[in-house]
Design a protein around this ligand. Structure first.
Ligand code: HAM
Length: 437
């Protein structure tokens, strides 16, 4: 075994695997462009206090999962556990409000949470997310959810149902927390130690527990609770939040997004107000949330800015890829390469030809002085579409040999027409593709 290994909970994305990630990212950029969202990149570490304030001191992310550290200058910093806090900090720091009222932003990059690693749960993981800052309009919530769903559709997920709920205002949530606590009181001692702790700190989080005992209790299989009597957040909502939630639901209907109410949906970060949503994939077991988000109307004010509403989501890219794998999606193939093979006499000329061709195509070649047959084996291995053979006789006449690796046929092409000749071979692929369509 190698002397060093990637730190626990982190992974290398090596060739063979990375292509699929690139594809997922490219599709996302494309969807964001069509939605007219702008990219934003923020640092991977920030003041610890930023996350403590935004995610909530009492949240599990802050209590247990923070990569908190002091730098040489004794600054109290943390690796970002999520992207929203940094985006809001940047929005304030750069006075984006003065550039326009409503901002639509997206980001992607690694996030860090010190959890117990398992399938779909890593200490460094990737998120793709988007935020609309500056409007409380229910249409913004519906747009963000439509974007969320359209990303999954672009990645080939079908028939997704978004689970939605409203977590109301801080006050209505407190009223709900009290009712939930009363409802759970008879089984309080049976709950897992973590949930017993949650019951005092943040009772809503008990509903989010993945612990088998808690799941059994909440499902009424243990402890004698009747799940049908569980209090619902929607019943505790203030009139404005209720109206907002209904407007979001009808906006979603108007754009034909399937959504279902999940009364047990509570988000793990404390900044949420009103709309909350998630998408799950059963194939992932306990860590099934592919992505989630919601509205955070108090967050920017909490960070010291003027009251500014916001709504957004993040998608766990690692989990999206795991779900795609379990669905049996085939690997995304790279576009066919051109392989340049040279012989003893033409070897010195090969790098210049390769460099010129690389202005147009993906081009591979041999770095060592290997035999023509070894080079042909390499061309097969990289699944080259065309092999350009620099044969000595042809070279003397200003020509090269082009082998179409699909049909096996060979032609001779003039050096000054090599691009046209290669295009002719590649063009035959395009004709076949358009006939197949
Ligand atoms: P979150 O629900 O904490 O929300 O994370 C979003 C997604 O990140 C999860 O649904 C999951 O797919 C993925 N994820 C979270 N933790 C891990 C982990 N340890 N390993 C692998 N994947 C993970 C947020 O982060 C909010 N910032 C979303 C948001 C944006 N709300 C408003 N705007």
């Amino acid at each position: 075994m190698a002397r060093f290994q990637a730190p626990r909970g982190t992974r290398d994305l090596i060739p063979g695997e990375i292509e699929r990630w690139q594809w997922v990212e490219a599709m996302a950029r494309d969807v964001f462009d069509r939605y007219c969202y702008d990219e934003i990149r923020t640092p991977m570490f920030e003041d610890y206090e930023l996350f403590a304030r935004s995610s909530g001191e009492a949240s599990e992310v802050v209590q247990k999962e923070m990569y908190r550290f002091k730098d040489q200058g004794d600054r109290d910093l943390a690796l970002r556990p999520e992207g929203t806090a940094g985006v809001c900090r940047a929005y304030l720091e750069h006075g984006l409000a003065s550039r326009g009222r409503v901002h639509r932003l997206w980001y992607m990059g690694p996030m860090f949470r010190y959890g117990r690693p398992q399938k779909g749960r890593y200490r460094q993981f990737w998120q793709i997310g988007a935020e609309i800052i500056g409007t409380p309009a229910p249409r913004a919530d519906a747009e963000i959810i439509a974007l969320f769903v359209d990303l999954f559709e672009a990645w080939g997920f079908e028939d997704l149902v978004v689970m939605v709920n409203s977590v109301g205002t801080v006050e209505s949530r407190q009223a709900y927390a009290d009712r939930l606590k009363d409802w759970l009181a008879p089984v309080a001692k049976l709950l897992s130690p973590e949930s017993q702790e949650r019951l005092t700190r943040n009772p809503l989080r008990v509903l989010d527990s993945k612990h088998p005992t808690d799941l059994a209790i909440l499902a009424g299989k243990q402890g004698g609770l009747d799940p049908s009597t569980m209090p619902h957040m929607l019943d505790e909502l203030d009139a404005e939040s209720r109206e907002h939630f209904e407007a979001v639901r009808s906006e979603l209907e108007s754009v034909e997004i399937n959504s279902e109410i999940d009364h047990g949906l509570v988000r793990g970060l404390d900044y949420y107000t009103r709309t909350a949503f998630e998408v799950h994939d059963r194939s992932l077991g306990a860590q099934s949330a592919l992505g989630g988000g919601g509205r955070y109307d108090g967050l920017i004010e909490e960070l010291g800015g003027p009251a500014t509403p916001g709504v957004g989501f993040s998608i766990g890219v690692d989990r999206v890829l795991l779900a795609m794998e379990s669905r049996g999606d085939t690997l995304v193939k790279k576009a066919g390469t051109i392989f340049v093979a040279s012989t003893e006499g033409t070897r010195p000329a090969a790098p210049a030809i390769v460099r010129a061709l690389r202005a147009v195509y993906a081009v591979d070649h041999d770095l060592e002085a290997r035999s023509l047959s070894s080079q042909m084996k390499s061309a097969d291995k990289v699944e080259a579409r065309v092999v350009m053979i620099l044969g000595e006789d042809e070279w003397k006449q200003g020509q090269v040999v082009l082998r179409d690796m699909k049909t096996g046929s060979q032609t001779t092409a003039n050096l000054d027409e090599m691009v046209e000749s290669i295009d002719r071979i590649l063009g035959s692929d395009r004709e076949v593709e358009s006939e197949e369509e």
